[in-house]
Ligand binder design. Structure first.
Ligand code: GAL
Length: 376
């Protein structure tokens, strides 16, 4: 499957871990529709690890859905999800066991692809634990992509090898539609900051067909659930979401969308930020300015419609002022033009600036604008 824009959806892992069930998936599907998340673009509902029995069926060798969590099997769950207009995602692993020690797909790739197709899956997250040392990771992702390409269903492969083996160099050639480039996120500012910064040099590898996945969002988790850590403030969550949008990363919600609070809902359905994330040109973001501490940046991203997104980002622990000259985005003083700004968080007109901008940004916060070049 060749995604043209960063995939968007929800994944069970961050909040639910092993506590998943038929009822929880159906309720999530209901919530994604009722709360307007599907309408905003969040179309995949992905079941992560821990969905199966611990052993394959001794007769058919197939993976079997957990009989307690999914008593009626997966097809009915998938039918329900599809009935809501959503797409259905499953999880497996390139190794012999999944990371939480359930059966993996190693040497069962074609059989499992067939099983996922029979479930009606549209998406498969594919992890990297318990890979035999002698097996080459590149080859294993090629295998599952070949298997999916020949299973009779269009299934997006979401590779998850945490950035190992220089994954960005070869993953696009396998047919994967997105690839995890980092270790696991937890619900803290430090976690999302470090993940984001670690991929600045790799933004250029991300684009239509295969997107760099910097992990599921923790936005709105409020330190509840499987990857709880220190939790984040509202200000930190909005920075996380804005950075994922600027990066052009897949947007997979990790909070419990059944109980999502209004602030979070408003943030993740913000049309300006989503426009930045989903811009069809998928041009890479770049640092138009970087402060000496490596923690304060002005990121820019050229959008279609002659627009440019700007994110004044303060990842340091101190309030500060961020500055950048418009020349850094290709607008020299000699052009005698300015930037007309729209505040991406509020949608408000933020006026016209010329030559440069200098604005205060609180510690861990960011200010995001969509700008258009105008005559002065
Ligand atoms: C990790 C992966 C997580 C989650 C977990 C499940 O390897 O990075 O996102 O899928 O396995 O056990």
């Amino acid at each position: 499957m060749f995604p043209k824009k960063p995939p968007m959806g929800f994944n069970t892992w961050n909040t639910f871990g092993e506590n998943i069930s038929d009822a929880m998936i159906r309720e999530t599907a209901d919530a994604m529709v009722e709360k307007g998340l599907l309408k905003a673009g969040y179309e995949y509902l992905v079941i992560d690890d821990c969905w199966s029995e611990k052993k394959r069926d001794p007769v058919t060798d197939r993976i079997v859905p957990d009989r307690v969590k999914f008593p009626e099997g997966m097809r009915v769950v998938s039918d329900y999800v599809h009935g809501k207009g959503l797409k259905f995602g499953m999880y497996s692993c390139a190794g012999v066991r999944t990371c939480a020690n359930y059966p993996g797909s190693f040497d069962h790739e074609f059989l499992d692809a067939e099983t996922f197709a029979a479930y009606g899956a549209d998406f498969l997250k594919y992890d990297y634990c318990y890979k035999p040392d002698y097996a080459d990771g590149t080859l294993l992702y090629r295998r599952i992509c070949t298997a999916l390409d020949n299973c009779g269903r269009d299934i997006l492969l979401s590779a998850c090898n945490w950035g190992a083996d220089n994954v960005h160099d070869w993953i696009r050639s396998t047919g994967a539609g997105m690839y995890r480039s980092t270790g696991d996120i937890s619900d803290s500012f430090v976690s999302f900051r470090d993940i984001f910064l670690s991929q600045l040099d790799n933004v250029k590898f991300s684009g239509p067909g295969c997107f760099n996945d910097i992990d599921m969002l923790t936005v709105g988790m409020r330190n509840r659930g499987n990857v709880a850590s220190t939790g984040c403030s509202d200000l930190e969550y909005r920075t996380e979401f804005a950075l994922w949008c600027m990066f052009g990363a897949p947007l997979m919600l990790g909070c419990d969308v059944r109980t999502i609070d209004d602030t979070t809902l408003k943030l993740v359905t913000n049309p300006y930020l989503l426009r930045i994330n989903q811009d069809e040109a998928c041009r890479p973001m770049f640092a138009a300015h970087k402060e000496w501490d490596g923690q304060r940046y002005v990121f820019a991203r050229v959008l279609t419609n002659h627009e440019i997104a700007l994110a004044f980002t303060n990842l340091s622990d101190n309030d500060g002022t961020l500055w950048f000259p418009f020349d850094a985005i290709g607008l020299p003083v000699s052009a005698k033009k300015g930037l007309q700004l729209t505040d991406a968080f509020t949608g408000e007109d933020a006026g016209v600036e010329k030559e440069y901008m200098r604005i205060p940004v609180k510690a861990h916060d960011c200010a995001v604008f969509i700008a258009k070049v105008v005559n002065l």
